[in-house]
Design a protein around this ligand. Structure first.
Ligand SMILES: Nc1ncnc2c1ncn2[C@@H]1O[C@H](COP(=O)(O)OP(=O)(O)OP(=O)(O)O)[C@@H](O)[C@H]1O
Length: 323
């Protein structure tokens, strides 16, 4: 199956305002998104995600590389952008002095749609987002969370194959975040939309994304399914307790110096260790013995995606071999 979004070898540089040096902020990044996926574009601050999003949305010209949306090259801007709608961070794509309905009409009109064509759909989305009552309210008078919902409704009403959401849960309360998760899953399941999310909310990623690409310092470090990444790290990570309970700080320092994968997990008497193979397991046991420490219990750790994301980025910073 052809990917709905095909990002090929994107590269872009900027001139640093202070040093005047040319910095490559996106370096030969490629990834593919299949139709109907909920896909995460992740990375630490300054990794280059927004620059990639801007290139996908035709707001920034790549130095080299290509973006194909539904098979159409980004150079054919008018056609390729018909297949994607984006909600960029900060609701920049809404008019604050227009009502919810006027905003929807305006953006639909820009794409050659009449409001009456999409009226029923709009009502359905407003109902799903709990915004029926706010239809005639000025967007500027709505709360931040409501504005975020309106921006997403506008993107949905444009009826594109791909919806790109930049930090969709930023500033939303727990209930609104949960509602949004349900809606995104519904969009994918019932309307076969492809949803691309750029976010720092790893709980959101763990709960709804099928696959992710992780960018760090402008380069792709991982592209894989969330399930596979979770499994990969789950089997290597253990929680253990040692006889005698708490390990004295001096001993702890000495172990961590020799085996940096060992750490205190914040619960009294409980430690975590990442063991990559049987050799390192025996090295670790020998090390504990040398410190006169004996394992009382050891069991697989339940790592969340946030921890896995941190491990992957730390490895990249240390320039260790990529997954
Ligand atoms: N127009 C620009 N001129 C100069 N430097 C820029 C410009 N846009 C982005 N950068 C730099 O490029 C790098 C990547 O920025 P980008 O906004 O793409 O990262 P990001 O992953 O989206 O970060 P965040 O998660 O903090 O939003 C940063 O170092 C940023 O300062």
């Amino acid at each position: 199956m052809n990917p709905i979004l095909d990002v090929q070898n994107l590269t872009v540089s900027f001139k640093d305002k202070k040093s005047k040096e040319i910095i490559q902020v996106v370096n030969d990044v490629s990834f593919q998104v299949q139709q109907g996926e909920i896909f995460g574009l992740l990375g630490p601050n300054g990794a280059g995600k927004s620059s990639i999003i801007r290139m996908i949305c035709g707001l920034l010209k790549p130095e080299s590389g290509n973006v194909f949306i539904n098979g159409v090259n980004h150079q054919n801007r008018v056609k390729s952008l018909q297949y994607i709608s984006a909600v960029l961070e900060g609701n920049r794509n809404l008019y604050w002095r227009m009502t919810v309905q006027e905003n929807i009409s305006y953006f639909a009109g820009n794409r050659g749609m009449q409001f009456k064509e999409i009226r029923d759909q709009v009502d359905e989305w407003l109902h799903l987002f709990g915004l029926e009552e706010k239809k005639s309210e000025l967007v500027g008078n709505l709360s931040r969370g409501m504005q975020q919902k309106v921006a997403i409704i506008v993107a949905l009403c444009l009826n594109t194959k791909v919806i790109l959401l930049d930090e969709p849960t930023l500033g939303l309360d727990v209930k609104t975040t949960n509602d949004l998760k349900k809606i995104l899953v519904k969009i994918r399941e019932e309307f076969e939309k492809t949803v691309i999310i750029s976010t720092h909310d790893m709980k959101l990623v763990e709960e709804i994304c099928e696959r992710v690409v992780i960018i760090d310092r402008g380069k792709k470090i991982v592209e894989d399914t969330v399930e596979k990444l979770m499994k990969l790290f789950q089997i290597k990570s253990y929680v253990l307790s040692v006889k005698g309970g708490q390990i004295p700080i001096k001993k702890m320092d000495s172990i961590v110096k020799q085996f940096p994968e060992f750490s205190y997990d914040g619960t009294i008497g409980s430690y975590t260790v990442d063991i990559s193979d049987s050799t390192s397991f025996y090295t670790f046991i020998e090390l504990l013995k040398k410190e006169a420490l004996y394992i009382e219990s050891i069991q697989p750790a339940r790592l969340d995606f946030e921890r896995i994301f941190t491990i992957l980025c730390e490895r990249d910073q240390a320039d260790v071999v990529h997954v």
